[in-house]
Design a protein around this ligand. Sequence first.
Ligand code: ATR
Length: 285
Amino acid sequence: MADHPKAFVTGFPIRHSRSPLIHGYWLKKYGLEGTYQAIEIAPEGFTDFVRSLQNNGYTGGNVTIPHKEMAFALCKKRDSAAEDIGAVNTLWFEDGELWGGNTDAYGFLANLDAKDPSWDNGDKALVIGAGGASRAVIYALKQRGFSEIRIVNRTVERAQALKDRFGQGITAHEWQAIPELLQDATFIVNTTSLGMEGKDDLTIDLSFVNANALLTDIVYAPLETPLLKAARAHGLRTVDGLGMLLHQAVPGFQHWFGITPEVTPELRALILADMDRPTHGGQSR
Ligand code: ATR
């Protein structure tokens, strides 16, 4: 074992990951002797990598695309968020056993709580998208007590699959239903990849939107997506998605290094500066 905690983020590819910057910032801020490294592992090597973690002196780490489902299968124990979402993004050891957690839902909620504490006053949510990110968002909204969660997706079958997975209070809708669903939604979230740098914009007609609604986007590159801009122009409250990236890192740091780190304006500025670099590589955990 190393004499200081060693953690990692692994994915394929991994070079654009901002997690080393986030954890490196906290290690320095709290004066801790620890390391956090990006390690690129191809899918065929992932099982061996996970099985040798302890032998290689790792305290734990983060897992990102495309390994989140495989990590789920390899863990001995999982937290309830990981169980319900069906994906693991954080690994750690407890009593010699490998645990897997999912901190995306926590990050999503913590970002909104920090930016607009009244965001969850209503009970009707509109979730646009039905991919992996949507699962964490739906889990989070259920936890927070939203009683009606409407999922709309280009491929409606995927929305239906999530309705079946998450059960009571969830409904699945065709893309064309968006204008109607906007009328009484008090919370609207984009979980699709639309609006990311290099992708098409998510253009929805906001004329029907509930004036009290809050809109958020889990896309954070660009920081203000065209959808957030349009919502702001409509006078809606908006929250950008960068805080979700920062807050989802908190529980992992706590597991590996023993301190609950703070998401500070300085950390946010550090990541924003990195996004401004010409070779920043868009959005990546
Ligand atoms: P992630 O894990 O990041 O959520 P994903 O599982 O590939 O990624 O899901 C991407 C989401 O963006 C899906 O909801 C996808 O819609 P489909 O299920 O119909 O593919 C959505 N998406 C991507 N491109 C889209 C487009 N051009 N128009 C509408 N939705 C799109």
